[in-house]
Design a protein around this ligand. Structure first.
Ligand code: SAH
Length: 503
């Protein structure tokens, strides 16, 4: 087997901005070599047993000289490895990808280059600036703003650049900003020319400052704006006012704690991010098996006598079908049993097992399940309700009162995950958290227990969002004041109430 090196453009930061081909190569990699501008989230995409090597370079803090990085690529490829060299943005735009490729060529190592979305293009798009626009400019230049001993930017032909190119994008230019704007103006570019500085583009931390050539130096100084940033110079910058879309989304810049289980956080996180928020996962619930399986297993043996099976959560569904399999059975054992689902999400997980739920209430609540079953007629019927250990007693109690023979074995327990409390405490103490979201009473209880003493004080400046009245009641009983609660007790509703609150 022969080694190969893929020089992959990892894009500017937003993990969605890597190419499909780049991702495919990364997923096949045996060695991943990456630096600090490539989003670390990509490392999760590489095979678990791939070797991961950080060669991050930061100005002034060179971890490894370029020659050493290139030598590493050669060495690993010679061992027959598939090497993914992840580079921020595009490998061939101010990324020294050309130098790496040249050495690979000299050493006879096969390589492929997968382009990436370069920072300048991405920053402009996410700041609302079309780099070219027929009404404003017909040309675009990408320029380095970094002085190297070999190539001084003062050697740039400023005379032609300043007035010869419509839109200019400077990379690595923050340290030399005074020199850059000075040269442009000295060589004839008007001091009124609009300039945008875009920092950490495409990430939740994106900051954009708009000024003119004449004022930008002072403004950057006031705002203490630091690298990494690109500098966009030209009339097109003015379009941002109308065309910005990224940093004016309702929850942009908000850092929001998500307390759901690690398995469940994903969908909620996506919804938050779609509104511009930075969602920080800090699960306060883990799913654990019940103290014993005897009860549920016994009920599964009696499925033949059962009339209704009530499932009220994805965890309940998982546990039930797992035990069904352990008993050597499959979905056919549910022949003749009416399957009742509490709502659309649970129905999805049931359908994924090849079963279409027979009944689902219009409203997503335990009370509605009870109403629905009463209408069906449960008197004298055997009802199986695999439940969470701490589930409310409402369903079994009401159905029993209506004459049903209710069996409610514990199918799973929710427990606080090991550790994690300290991390949450640190996040809160740092002061950068805007809000915390609670999607059930147990998220409230566990969160406060995990944070421990002083939790209420740490949450003083943090907005608390609750999914519904029961969760709110728990939060208030534990001394929190809830900022908002939606009318519809769903994740979508919760997001809507947050958007409304911040508007
Ligand atoms: N190959 C990279 C550029 C590497 S040079 C690319 O194609 O994007 C490093 C410079 O890129 C930084 O100094 C900064 O000017 C720019 N840069 C990289 N990522 C950026 C980001 N997320 N936001 C703003 N500028 C960024």
């Amino acid at each position: 087997m022969k080694g190969i090196v893929y020089l992959i453009g990892a894009g500017p930061g937003d993990p969605g901005l890597m190419t499909v081909k780049g991702l495919e190569c990364l997923r096949r990699a045996e060695v991943v070599v990456y630096d600090y501008l490539a989003n670390p989230a990509f490392l999760d995409e590489a095979p678990e047993d791939a070797e991961r090597i950080y060669v991050g370079k930061r100005k002034g803090k060179h971890h490894r000289p370029q020659e050493e990085i290139t030598r590493l690529l050669v060495e690993k490829a010679r061992l027959g490895k598939v090497v993914a060299r992840l580079k921020g943005g595009d490998p061939y735009v101010f990324g020294r990808g050309g130098e790496e490729a040249h050495t690979l060529h000299l050493e006879g190592i096969p390589f492929e280059v997968i382009p990436g979305v370069t920072a300048g293009f991405a920053a402009a798009a996410y700041a609302g600036i079309p780099l070219t626009h027929r009404d404003y400019t017909t040309s675009l230049g990408l320029v380095t703003g970094h002085e190297t001993p070999a190539k001084k930017i003062s050697s740039i032909d400023w005379d032609r650049l300043a007035t010869g190119v419509g839109t200019l994008v400077f990379y690595m230019g923050m340290a030399n900003l005074p020199l850059i704007v000075g040269k442009l103006m000295a060589h004839g570019r008007s001091p009124q020319t609009p300039v945008a500085i875009i920092r950490w583009a495409t990430t939740p931390h994106q900051k954009t400052l708009v000024a003119t050539l004449g004022t930008v130096e002072e403004r950057v100084h006031q705002a203490q704006l630091k690298p990494p940033a690109v500098i966009v110079v030209g009339e097109v910058v003015g379009l941002r006012e109308k065309l910005r879309w990224f940093d004016n989304r309702p929850l942009f810049g908000k850092r929001i704690l998500v307390t759901r289980t690690a398995e469940q956080a994903g969908s909620f996180t996506k919804l938050l991010e779609a509104q511009g928020a930075e969602a920080i996962a800090c699960p306060v619930i883990a799913i654990a098996p019940p103290a014993g399986w005897d009860e549920l297993d016994g009920e599964i043996r009696d499925l033949g006598k059962t009339d209704f099976l009530i499932l009220t959560s994805a965890n309940g569904v998982d546990a039930f079908f797992a035990r069904l399999a352990v008993a050597g059975l499959d979905v056919r054992a549910l022949h003749g049993v009416q399957v009742v689902s509490v709502g659309p999400k649970t129905s999805q997980t049931i359908s994924a097992r090849g079963i279409r739920p027979d009944l689902e209430p219009a409203e997503f609540r335990a009370e509605a399940v009870v109403e629905l079953l009463k209408k069906e007629g449960v008197s004298g019927k055997r009802v199986l309700y695999p439940r969470a250990e701490l589930a409310r007693k409402l369903i079994p109690a009401e159905l029993a009162a209506a004459g049903a023979d209710v069996h409610a074995p514990v199918a799973y327990r929710t427990v606080p995950p090991e550790g994690g409390g300290e991390r949450i405490r640190d996040l809160l103490a740092e002061g950068g958290i805007d809000a915390v979201t609670f999607t059930s009473s147990s998220t409230v209880e566990n969160f406060l227990d995990m944070v421990g003493e002083g939790a209420q004080r740490l949450l003083e400046r943090v907005d608390v969002f609750s999914i519904g009245p029961l969760t709110t009641a728990t939060a208030e009983r534990r001394g929190l004041s809830v900022s908002a609660q939606p009318e519809a007790y769903t994740l979508e509703g919760l997001i809507e109430s947050m958007v409304e609150y911040y508007q």
